[in-house]
Every structure is written in C-alpha cells, then in structure tokens.
Design a protein around this ligand. Structure first.
Ligand SMILES: Cc1cc2nc3c(=O)[nH]c(=O)nc-3n(C[C@H](O)[C@H](O)[C@H](O)COP(=O)(O)O)c2cc1C
Length: 171
C-alpha cells in the first residue's frame, strides 16, 4: 500500500467522530477488556439484535472473546474518557487484568463484565467472526441490554475526546 494513501485514510477517518466502547469478556480464556471505536449496530430485526466490533488480531481481548464465545460491549458515558485511556493501554497499570481494578463492575446474564456508569451495555454471544487482514470482525447476538440514567455517550473525533452538541429537536 502507498504510505500516502494510508495517511490520507487515517486523516479522513479521524474526522468521523465515533462513540467509544470498552469491550469486555470473561470465561475459560480469562478476563480481558479493550477500548474500541468500531462498535456498530448491524440489525435490530434478526432473531436477535446484532452488533459488530473490529479488534486487532494481536489484542489479547480478541483472542479471549473468540474462545469465551461471549462479550459485553460497554458504551462509555461522556465523563469516562479516563476509562477509555485505561483500556487502550494509555495508562500504566502493570498486568492487563489491572485495568479492571479502577472501576466498579457487575455481571450480566451471560456472566460478562458490565462497566459501572456505562451509558449502555450489551451482553452478546459471538455469532460469527471473520479475520480480515489485521482485524477480527466479530458479530455478536445481543441477549440483553442495560441502560444507565445518563444517555450522553463519549465521542472520539479529530484525535480527541468530545461530547455531542444538540443541533435540532429530537425526532
Ligand atoms: C478511542 C479509541 C478507539 C479505539 N478503537 C479500536 C478499535 O476499534 N479496534 C481495535 O482493535 N483497537 C482500537 N483502539 C486501540 C486499542 O484500545 C489499543 O490498541 C489496545 O488497548 C492495546 O492494548 P491491548 O491490545 O493490549 O488490549 C482504540 C483506542 C482508542 C483510544
């Protein structure tokens, strides 16, 4: 690939502000979590609602999700940017499992870790996955959803954390 095209792609994608999630998993492969912006709704109208996440193939969380066959997608609330940095490895906490020591957790019906204060959390069973070059594209069937009282989701765009500003009446 031409280096210039890669740089243009990265700059273009940095302008697409996205919400931020911490995807967690627990089970026989152990407990892991990682910050992602690639969480996307796939369908509300299948046998289950479904969503997808793209995780780097070297992320220990990706390997653990694929072995545990389940995960929780925790959509971060707008004041949780430090949690995002923690699960992106931007803060030194020693072992990977140390990432879980700084916030409150509960368990959902699949036993997957729910982050306290997350604006929404989705308990998912792995439905299918594809390894596309560097990333696993993992599709999850949503089994249950938890909603907090704060609907304001953390955003990441132009290489900084942001919050949404309302420009029109809700429809
Ligand atoms: C805002 C933000 C969004 C990210 N989105 C993704 C993503 O969608 N997929 C991914 O694999 N990594 C993503 N990362 C990078 C991972 O969080 C980071 O590389 C990872 O935590 C490295 O540690 P680990 O692989 O040991 O868990 C993102 C990081 C940040 C700060």
């Amino acid at each position: 690939m031409k280096p210039e095209l890669r740089m243009q792609f990265l700059e273009a994608m940095s302008r697409a502000a996205t919400f931020v999630a911490v995807v967690t998993t627990d089970g026989e492969a152990g407990r892991f979590g990682v910050t992602i912006s690639s969480l996307t709704s796939v369908s509300a109208d299948g046998a289950h609602p479904s969503l997808l996440a793209c995780l780097h193939h070297q992320s220990p969380a990706a390997a653990a999700i694929l072995r545990n066959r389940a995960f929780c997608a925790n959509l971060l609330q707008e004041d949780q940017h430090e949690v995002s940095d923690l699960f992106a490895g931007r803060m030194t906490v020693g072992e990977h499992s140390g990432r879980f020591d700084h916030t409150a957790w509960s368990r959902g019906e699949l036993g997957q870790p729910i982050l306290g204060g997350a604006t929404a959390s989705f308990q998912c069973r792995v439905a299918t996955s594809v390894l596309w070059e560097t990333h696993h594209i993992i599709v999850g069937n949503v089994v249950s959803v938890e909603l907090s009282d704060n609907a304001g989701a953390l955003l990441y765009g132009q290489r900084a954390y942001r919050r949404a500003v309302q420009l029109s009446a809700a429809k």
